[in-house]
Design a protein around this ligand. Structure first.
Ligand code: UDX
Ligand code: UDX
Length: 457
């Protein structure tokens, strides 16, 4: 039976790959093609082994691969054959010129829009899947629909809300699917086409349609709200450390208020990941552009507190270890920005390790998935960092353990064995409040959690 629609994703990364795999899995009547300029990534997808670790993704991929899901580096052919094009390429923070370190770098986005116009050959719907500054759809329209252009492109915003580690569940059963379009006849028709795709597996009540600017802003604002909760609870954790209040008790007490709710109140060494910091800085830049300086300052503080949290973690380590870590071996347990992923983008572990290395500590990194990422992130310290698959080997002979990722398996390690193999006094700095601090203290460790009384001997 011929396919009813040809769907394309440009970008086969953490967003494009899983999103299209789940779409193909649920819409067998559609042909779903994913293109990317990265030939290695495409080869990995085509082998049936995803290019990164994401629970449940492999099974979905293998069900749909070469049935109605294909991967290719032929971007031009992909564009030509598609009815609907999801653009899922990355939009990193600008590193040069005006807005460096704040604004989104839209050069790849613009190049992609020009490529779409060049190869389209007929009318298409172009969907913004990546997170973008508000009003990017207007710039897109300027490139795609120039005066006198023969082909019409309708631009729709459909931001992705998946979180890594739970991407498949988030895509299969989303809290909501947001689809923003222009309030014109053709705009509404385009939105309806995207609604019809999601309606194959998502409850219609969870599909929300808005104008295109609301949709673009909602994605930035949702990430800013989530990150804000983490900076809020981290700031309260600092008050706990000064007052002997306990952050778990306080967070529970706050979260049981139904108006607040319990999620995103886990204090930590700081949030990481490719989105939170990038998206907030992007929003801050946008606020300043519109002259909303007080609004910009408000959101910028979320990032400032996060940097403070990482710096403070390292300062506490140094102070606790008699004000010097020179030549001290520190075992870093976890380098990924969160559990269940090998992704290290903007991981707090990067800043913590860098600072420890600048203080001339000997850093040994262990992580079940993220050692390749850690090697790349710490490449400038080549020769000063050790990478160990086995946490027991990493810990042996060390002065301190620093827990930087909430991998559940770190709870189940034999800490008696670890303690016996460490230098004394042995320290644990638990940046995720993952471990049982009282038990560790009873074993002989000096224990420092976040927002908790220190347990020292
Ligand atoms: C990330 C963020 O997670 C997301 O929120 C943001 O909106 C975009 O950046 P992600 O899928 O995680 O998305 O990025 P990444 O894994 O880097 O994938 C992007 C892919 O686009 C890469 O594989 C890259 O090779 C590809 N790409 C980029 C192109 O195919 N063409 C380009 O011109 C640029
Ligand atoms: C986030 C958003 O959740 C998702 O909706 C959006 O599409 C992309 O950005 P992601 O970055 O993959 O997803 O992971 P998330 O689970 O939100 O965690 C981000 C960071 O916050 C991690 O470093 C995590 O460890 C940290 N975090 C999360 C906390 O420190 N405390 C919490 O309570 C929750």
């Amino acid at each position: 039976m011929p396919f009813t629609k040809n769907i394309l994703s440009i970008g086969a990364g953490y967003v494009g790959g899983p999103t299209m795999a789940v779409m193909a899995d649920n819409c067998r009547q559609c042909a779903v093609n994913v293109v990317d300029i990265d030939a290695d990534r495409i080869a990995a997808w085509n082998s049936g082994e995803p290019p990164f670790y994401e629970p449940g993704l492999k099974e979905v991929l293998q069900r749909a691969l070469n049935r109605n899901l294909t991967f290719s580096t032929d971007v031009a052919a992909g564009i030509r054959d598609a009815d609907i094009i999801f653009v899922s390429i990355n939009t990193p923070t600008k590193t040069f010129g005006d807005g460096a370190g704040m604004a989104a770098d839209l050069q790849y986005w613009e190049a992609t829009a020009r490529q779409i116009r060049e190869h389209a050959g007929g009318d298409k719907i172009v969907v913004e899947k990546s997170t973008l500054p508000v009003r990017t759809a207007a710039s897109m329209a300027g490139i795609l629909n120039p005066k006198g252009g023969q082909i019409r492109f309708e631009i729709v915003s459909n931001p992705e809300f998946l979180a890594e580690g739970t991407a498949i569940r988030d895509l299969q059963r989303p809290d909501r699917v947001l689809i923003g379009g222009h309030q014109t006849g053709s705009g509404r028709n385009a939105v309806q086409e995207i609604v019809d795709i999601y309606a194959n597996w998502v409850d219609p009540e969870r599909i929300l349609t808005t104008n295109v600017w609301s949709s673009e802003l909602t994605k930035l604002a949702a990430n800013a709200f989530l990150a804000q909760r983490i900076s809020s609870i981290n700031s309260i954790a600092n008050i706990c450390e000064a007052t002997e209040a306990d952050i778990d008790e306080v967070a529970k007490g706050i979260g049981m208020d139904s108006r607040i709710g319990p999620d995103y109140l886990r204090c930590s060494v700081g949030f990481g990941g490719s989105c939170f910091e990038k998206d907030i800085l992007n929003m801050v830049y946008m606020c300043r552009y519109y002259g909303l300086d007080d609004v910009a300052d408000f959101w910028h503080k979320v990032v400032t507190i996060n940097s403070y949290q990482k710096d403070r973690f390292v300062r506490r380590m140094i102070t606790a270890m008699f004000s010097s870590v020179v030549n001290k071996r520190i075992a870093v347990l976890g380098f990924a920005f969160k559990a269940d992923t090998g992704d290290t983008r903007a991981s707090p572990a990067i800043d913590v390790c860098r600072q420890l290395l600048e203080e001339r500590a000997v850093v040994v990194v262990t992580d079940p998935q993220a050692l390749p990422g850690a090697r790349a992130d710490l490449a400038s310290f080549d020769g000063c960092v050790e990478y160990e698959e086995d946490p027991y080997t990493a810990a042996a002979g060390s002065h301190a353990l620093a827990i930087l990722t909430d991998w559940p398996e770190y709870r189940d390690l034999d800490y008696k064995r670890i303690y016996e193999a460490m230098e004394k006094p042995a320290f644990v700095f638990d940046g995720r409040n993952l471990l049982d601090h009282r038990t560790l203290h009873a074993l002989g460790f000096n224990v420092y959690g976040i927002g908790k009384a220190t347990l020292i001997h």
